[in-house]
Design a protein around this ligand. Structure first.
Ligand code: HEM
Length: 152
């Protein structure tokens, strides 16, 4: 019971750190970057990257442990929880793929544009769209997580 609770706590903490950090970047730092502080944003986003990916790893690993605590497979499937879990898993995969595109393709593109003194607007625009998409998915993922934990 206590171990399960600690793992669930880490799961939720990881989600808060990932989504909270992204929310702050997308809605506070990014608008400032588009008004001229792109260098500051690029630096902050680069520093935030290891934190975000540690949180993502934590959420996914603890998520798999949570699955083992849901009870017998037959009951999970019959109750419909299996379907909700599958939907959540697909959305998590999509969110992680988009976050990877942002952090490992668009952020380096932004850094290259800044180093070459080119206009960073296109890279910032792509990051803004990816952030919105990940945040939208995260809102649904959190709802599905709550639905799963309260289904039994
Ligand atoms: C592969 C990835 C993931 C898996 C397999 C997974 C699995 C689970 C499972 C099985 C539960 C129910 C736990 C229980 O009731 O004992 C749960 C709860 C939850 N998950 Fe996930 N999860 C994953 C990723 C995520 C992500 C990325 C987020 C948020 C961005 C998230 C947010 C939540 C929340 C908010 C809960 C409800 C906690 C509560 O009981 O109050 N999960 N997850």
């Amino acid at each position: 019971m206590t171990f399960h609770l600690v793992v669930l706590w880490l799961h939720v903490l990881g989600a808060i750190v990932w989504v909270g950090g992204l929310m702050y970047q997308a809605h506070v730092l990014l608008p400032a970057a588009r008004r001229g502080s792109a260098g500051l944003f690029a630096d902050a986003a680069r520093r935030g990257r290891p934190i975000a990916w540690t949180a993502i790893a934590l959420v996914v690993l603890t998520g798999f442990y949570n699955v083992t605590r849901l009870g017998p497979v037959e009951r999970v499937m019959e109750s419909g929880t299996g379907l909700v879990l599958a939907a959540k898993f697909i959305l998590v995969l999509a969110a992680v793929a988009l976050a990877g595109q942002r952090d490992f393709a668009q952020l380096p593109r932004l850094a290259r544009a800044l180093a070459a003194r080119e206009d960073p607007a296109r890279a910032l625009g792509a990051i803004a769209w990816l952030d919105r998409a990940v945040l939208l998915l995260a809102v649904v993922i959190v709802y599905l997580g709550l639905a799963i934990s309260r289904a039994g």
